[in-house]
Design a protein around this ligand. Sequence first.
Ligand code: 4AD
Ligand code: MG
Length: 479
Amino acid sequence: MQRIEIKELLATASFGDKVNVKGWVKGFRQNRFIQLNDGSTINTVQAVIDFENTDEALLKRINTGAAVSIIGTLEESQGAGQKFDLTVESLEILGDADPEEVKKTIISPKAHSLEVLREQAHLRFRTNLFGAVFRIRHATSFAIHKYFNDKGYYHIATPIVTGSDAEGAGEMFRVSTLDPKNPPLDENGEVDYSQDFFGKETNLTVSGQLEAELAAMALGKVYTFGPTFRAENSNTARHLAEFWMVEPEVAFNDIIDNMDLAEDFLSYICQYVMDNCADDIQFLNDRELKEDSKKPMVDRNPMSLIERLTFVIENDFERITYTEAIDLLRNSKPYKKKKFKYPVEWGTDLQSEHERFLVEKHFKKPVIIRDYPASFKAFYMRLNEDGKTVGAMDILFPGIGEIIGGSQREERYEVLLEKCKAFDIPEEEMWWYLDSRKFGTAPHSGFGLGFERMVMFTTGMSNIRDVIPFPRTPGRAEF
Ligand code: 4AD
Ligand code: MG
């Protein structure tokens, strides 16, 4: 008999239908009611078994966590909260789950902290919470591909192993096949990477941007969506050592076009998940409200998850320059009361305490800050007319911080060459990138969206480790 998935069953089946459902037991009450979930939706189907006419040994094996296959007929449910009861005609155990073992895991039906769930990341897919999170993660990813495809962008695969440090931050993981105990040395006693696998020093990519720019200079509109690695020792709720980044790059776009694209893109993603993940969003929305009700007023979210998504769909972001941000901060209460830990001075980078003040306290909405000082931004950003700032833009979200970083690129060969020199980037390493400014160079812009930070926003989860199946962070690469 053909198996039907629960999502489809709930949407299309009728009373009297005979169906085969396969899934995992979520709960078994009164030796009679089996809650079954198969991952296709957060919703369960209730199967009703006639225990008086069922073998005792079989009943004992219907435990939370077990995988079962049920054939039965759909009838109108007598209970509240569901349409169907699946009257069991035959039940087969596909995989047992020992109740004593289950008790020791997060599969057991009681509340477990997010920390404990993380330690059992191999099992947390089974929880309602993580089922919802990972279905929304999928929809968020699909929305991104759909957005670009519908607008005529081409998806470009950029290398994961690379010889360049696109962001110039030096936070890279080395890729090498040399014997760490006995590496070949050159005449200066340094490791001789010319004898390494690629004949040079290589690392895991921190960004696909530089390669995407080359593609944009021919295909016009492209985007990358790939794993990205940063060996920064940041043990925060919004940093991963391995994360996914989405990087559109568009020929002939200036920084204003770039901001318009980013805003439209973000609100499209929010609309898509609202339209396609209604049950999961509602579940996470209600869960957050419940969690918030246990917290003191000041720690609660000022808006619910659904309100936050709707806000991004319906409202424009605030747009200010870095210089305006510095003025705002220096005139702010926390600055005057010396509440900021880090200095607020034109020429120094904004710290997360400053960004949070602007986004969460002052504007209370997403903010785009642009035209940062050239001194602390990447070498490839376009120098503005003032000679001091570059056409950079950061998009900051409440509760998340920087979700997008982007810029208009320096398309002028001479200026870029000077920048490379100033940043100590050897010309012979960047020859291919510089070449793109020699043959039909053109203004172009792009940005990078941290995919997990976006999923934090679409799910409302407040720790980035809870929106990627197997998080990699300093000291942790389990599973
Ligand atoms: O601001 P970033 O470093 O920008 C770039 O890499 C540019 N090459 C992008 C471009 O213009 N094409 O990173 C972009 C975004 C950040 O805004 C943030 O959302 C995310 O990537 N990100 C991280 N997400 C999780 N963990 C980390 N360690 C992250 N570092 C950056
Ligand atoms: Mg950035």
